[in-house]
Design a protein around this ligand. Structure first.
Ligand code: ADE
Length: 242
């Protein structure tokens, strides 16, 4: 897959897009990444990408022309899904990451200042928000989304790691995990994990996932597929909280 970003700070992507799993995926040809500089599509001496809002108000807005011209050029090469980052977007989720991981090419448009001239969104296939807070720009959002998408691409994670068993893929939060030593400063690893009994370990993990989800993110349970016994466990957890 190819991910391209369009922003006034392409340098921001250098380290996050070169290290660890993303860096390896790029070297292995699994992910192709290009950070474009929006200023390459400006025509004045100052490479202006922002301007004052019509009607007044605080701050500057990203201008419409550089974004339109950049997208004209980039989309003339090959089709792509165009994603804008804005707090006024659909909330990002593991499900959306999986959907985006099926695309051949993504163009991620990142704003700065107080946002974009509204007309740029006529060029959007999708507007994504990372959450109910305001970032200083869309670059960090683009990195987060690229990271979550990249690790779902076939071959991006080593064989030993699986994206299937973790938080959100099952609709539940992930169960607690431990590694050596079995006791540290009086903190013990649960006996069942040392038992070698794989059926009991799987049951314990499922139960822990359900308990954690009920305690920390009960909203996720609306979508989760639970047995009658598991729902009883949820209700006893929630009653214990009262
Ligand atoms: N740009 C500024 N805040 C943002 C957010 N919460 N999500 C996506 N893009 C943003």
């Amino acid at each position: 897959m190819r991910v391209e970003t369009l922003s006034v700070f392409p340098q921001m992507f250098e380290a996050p897009m070169s290290l660890s799993i993303i860096g390896r995926a790029r070297k292995a040809g699994i992910l192709d990444f290009i950070a474009h500089d929006l200023r390459d599509w400006t025509h004045d001496n100052h490479n202006t990408t922002d301007d004052e809002p019509y009607g007044g108000g605080a701050g500057q807005l990203m201008k419409v022309e550089p974004v339109f011209e950049a997208l004209d050029d980039l989309l003339a090469q090959e089709p792509a899904r165009v994603v804008f980052f804005t707090p006024v977007g659909v909330p990002f989720s593991q499900g959306l990451a999986a959907e985006l991981a099926r695309e051949q090419r993504l163009i991620m448009v990142c704003g700065r200042y107080e946002g974009f001239d509204e007309r740029v969104y006529t060029r959007a296939d999708l507007c994504v928000s990372l959450g109910d807070y305001i970032l200083t720009g869309g670059e960090l959002a683009a990195m987060v989304v690229t990271d979550a998408v990249c690790r779902l691409l076939p071959g991006a994670l080593g064989d030993a790691q699986s994206p299937l068993d973790e938080s959100f893929s099952t609709g539940l939060l992930e169960y607690p995990q431990y590694t050596r030593p079995a006791t540290y400063r009086g903190l013990e690893v649960p006996d069942v994990l040392l038992s070698g009994n794989h059926r009991m370990i799987a049951e314990w993990r499922r139960k822990q996932s359900i308990i954690r989800t009920a305690q920390i993110r009960p909203d996720l349970l609306e979508q989760a597929e639970l047995s009658e016994r598991e729902w009883e466990l949820v209700h006893s957890c929630l009653e214990g909280e009262k």
